[in-house]
Write a protein that binds this ligand. Structure first.
Ligand SMILES: [Zn+2]
Length: 157
């Protein structure tokens, strides 16, 4: 078995679609980033790469790669999942947390979980998704951005 952790954070900026966990969320700002800025999927992908001993997302999907501009992060995560399978591993479980003061994410939590299960090719029972705020503390509490944490355990097929 192998364990990996991932962390990601993006700024909230005007004139961007807000996409978290593959869900488009109606809000007046979105997450800045080279891809669609999906902070949750990036944290999960980084956790998987960490568990595989494969560095980080920036190494596999460099911001200098123009083909990745605006890309749906489910495609990025899907490629990492392919790498995991090639290496002979399957997901034992994922535990992830999205940290956002705004907007309220709980109405979207179930759909985010379903999207994660689908992209990871894993049963829903292996995926746990939490959403929380910082109770107005710090940069996230000031509504400047959104962060996500993820831990995965992989087991051999
Ligand atoms: Zn990111």
């Amino acid at each position: 078995m192998r364990v990996g952790q991932g962390f990601d954070a993006h700024q909230l900026v005007a004139d961007r679609l807000l996409v978290i966990g593959g869900v488009e969320i109606a809000f007046d700002r979105g997450l800045e980033g080279h891809s669609d800025g999906d902070v949750l999927l990036h944290a999960v992908a980084d956790a998987l790469l960490g568990a595989l001993g494969e560095g980080d997302l920036g190494r596999h999907f460099p911001p200098s790669d123009e083909s990745l501009a605006g890309i749906d992060s489910r495609i990025i995560l899907g490629r990492v999942v392919e790498l995991m399978r090639e290496r002979g591993y399957t997901l034992a479980n994922l535990d992830a947390t999205v940290i956002a003061q705004v907007p309220r994410l709980s109405p979207h939590q179930a759909q985010m979980s379903r999207n994660l299960a689908e992209t990871l090719g894993a049963p829903a029972s292996r995926i746990n998704l939490k959403v929380t705020s910082t109770d107005h503390l710090g940069a996230i509490g000031r509504e400047e951005g959104i962060a996500a944490l993820a831990i995965v355990l992989l087991e051999t097929l």
